[in-house]
Design a protein around this ligand. Sequence first.
Ligand code: C2E
Ligand code: MG
Ligand code: MG
Length: 786
Amino acid sequence: MMSTFIALLESQAVSFVLAAATICALSAGLMVHLLQKAEAAPRARRIRWLLGAAFAAGLGVWTTHFMAMLGYRTDLILGYDFGTTLVSAGIAVLAVGLPFALSTLPSGRWLRGVLGAASGLGIGVMHITGMAALEGCAQRQSLLANGLACLWGAALLALLRVLPRGRHPYGVPCLLIVLAVCGVHFISLAGTVLEGQHIDRMLPNIQLSLSILTAAGAAILILGAFLALVATRRFEAQETAHLTVLATALQNMSNGILKISRTGTIELYNQRLCGMLGLAPADMFVGMRLDRFLQATGDANGWDADRVARVVRNHWLWLAKAEETRVEHHFEDGRILSIACQPVETGAVLTYDDVTRDRRAQEEISHLAYHDPLTGLCNRRGLSERMLASHRSQEPSTLLLLDLDRFKSVNDTFGHSVGDQLLVAVAARLRGHLGPEGFIARHGGDELAILAPGDGAFGEALAQRIVAEIERPYALDSVTVVIGCSIGVCSARDSTGPDDLMQRADIALYEAKRRGRGQAMSYQPGMIEAIAERGHLENDLRAALAQQQFHLVYQPILSLADDRIVSYEALIRWNHPHRGLVSPAEFIPLAEDNGSIVPIGRWVLEQACREAARWPADQHLAVNVSAVQLRSPRLLSHVTDALARSGLPAHRLELELTETALVEDGRQIAHVLRSLRQLGIRIAMDDFGTGYSSLAHLRDLPLDRIKIDRSFVAAALSDRQSLAVIKAVTQMGRDMGIATLAEGVETPDQLALLRAIGCDAVQGYLIGRPASVVQGRAPGELDRAA
Ligand code: C2E
Ligand code: MG
Ligand code: MG
């Protein structure tokens, strides 16, 4: 074998062998280059690169073979069959170039190896075909040598395709290709014996046809290489420009971006993403595995192993989906990232958006929509939703509706800023009392609601505690105030739904207020009926005036200075056709609510003035005027009309106003009162001590009389506080020049006490019950039947 090789070497012209090896190395380099381009090219353009590579590979092998053949057996006159030579070129492209180019496509190493081996075999086939083109000689081929040559080629190119890509992307592949091609050629030639006509040493060795073909092959190869390189350069320049633009855009995006391959390898990301996830630039790199990247993110954000595992699992789930996934990730430091995972052909693109500020703004807007800005409590809307949620959960709960007693008086007396402070203080007190368990809402000016867990006796006990809690004095910035509250209670199980629950608690609250405020009432069956009853009464009330169902009674007032009846208070009575006598305490609030108090009050004024005009000139008349009447711009004309029509002198008329009516709109009311007083009419403050009694009212309002409420008189003999109030008011009235009158005197002891204290006048059943006027009689002769 060795001697055969030595003979082979001797039969070769070294210059042609070197030229052949150079062309082989050149075409190998070109081939590797084109294949790399093919691998990196998008699928649509890949086929062009593969065809180029197949062509370069085939032509390179073919040219190498014939270049080497030019230097083979230069001692013989050899010719080449043109057709067979061309066929060998075709075989080179199809059997060598094509399988070699295609071997880049499969992802499996073994399939790539098989295709590599096929192209190695192709070199052998091309060599044998090329040798078959030889003319002018007899040749003997060795089956063994040809077999070995084919094996050699197949083994080397298979090895090339299965080897992992190393650090020398050109060196090793080119070397293996050159070794394969040259190896096949020389191993095969080593077994080949040529016999032919020797050439005359003086004649030039002309193998014209082969030279032309070989030169053409080399030229095509070099031209192809040149064109491929130029195209590559241009393409790369364009690609670099695109990539630069892309990279600039990518790095300056406000969003973080991440491209992951199907197999979970990071292929692209931007620095914004690192910043968003708290990663240092060195923590992240292209080629990093997804799991490792998420672990690094977890480390940077203090996640425990469970959380990292959960996040990793989720990412793989998103990657497996065909449609886009959107999630929001909440970080411990309060940041919220919105993550969109969009599947693409080669994996998935994840975009990260920091939505913390948006979410905060949304939270703030929704907080404003559901909360009262003054107290921070929930508003009506928040209450409705909470009640609905509680209803759906079916858990036992109780609704408490609170109405602050005397809040309006505080507001009117001390101003709205004190009123606001009071509401804030009430809210804080309720919060403190209920703790985090209780839900509190402000659903009106001074109306609050509590939705507490539990029902039955619990709700009532809670309401009682709250009444006591609210009654404790409030030390505000400039003043200390005391208010009270009325509460309506209803448990959810006694209602059919949120609206019904609200209605029933409201009815209970109404009842609590009706019974004198400062107390809690639970909803009782029958209360709704009572409300309906009230509705009927209200309807009847509208018609009562026209149907002349009202009449007046008069209660005498005794002056203690001379023990003489000096005046009578007109009190209205309603004789209902079915119900009989209805108390004014019952129907006056209804008339105030529906506005019919204005015409009723007018009728009272006219009727009473007409009666009083017939009394002796020293007898006075007191008429009650409600707060609603006082607010009506028609009051003044009603009073003057009544006086004018009856002829009663204005100085004989006294109007009784309740304290609440007087404080409602201080300035406007003081103006009306002054106008009335200018006419000579006197003004009395009725039921003093039952409203929000402020000494400022006594100072600021033009008053002629204070009527001390009968509750103080009733308790005066047994209760020191009530006695003290009567004494203080009497003394104060005396000092301010305002007359005092004690209401509800029923016993001689009470009368003696009031006389001793120094009240100016008294009124009560002891002096005389309210009585109807019998036509044509003087007041002193009034009928005693009330
Ligand atoms: P008021 O103005 O304080 O009238 C006194 C009320 O006390 C009257 O009740 C009277 O009958 C009652 N009373 C008088 N002396 C005694 C007593 O010794 N013991 C007890 N227990 N009660 C006594 P009445 O007539 O039922 O009126 C109730 C309230 O209805 C009045 O309280 C007044 O605020 C209002 N009212 C009555 N008539 C009218 C009216 O024509 N217009 C307006 N706006 N309100 C009226
Ligand atoms: Mg009165
Ligand atoms: Mg009174």
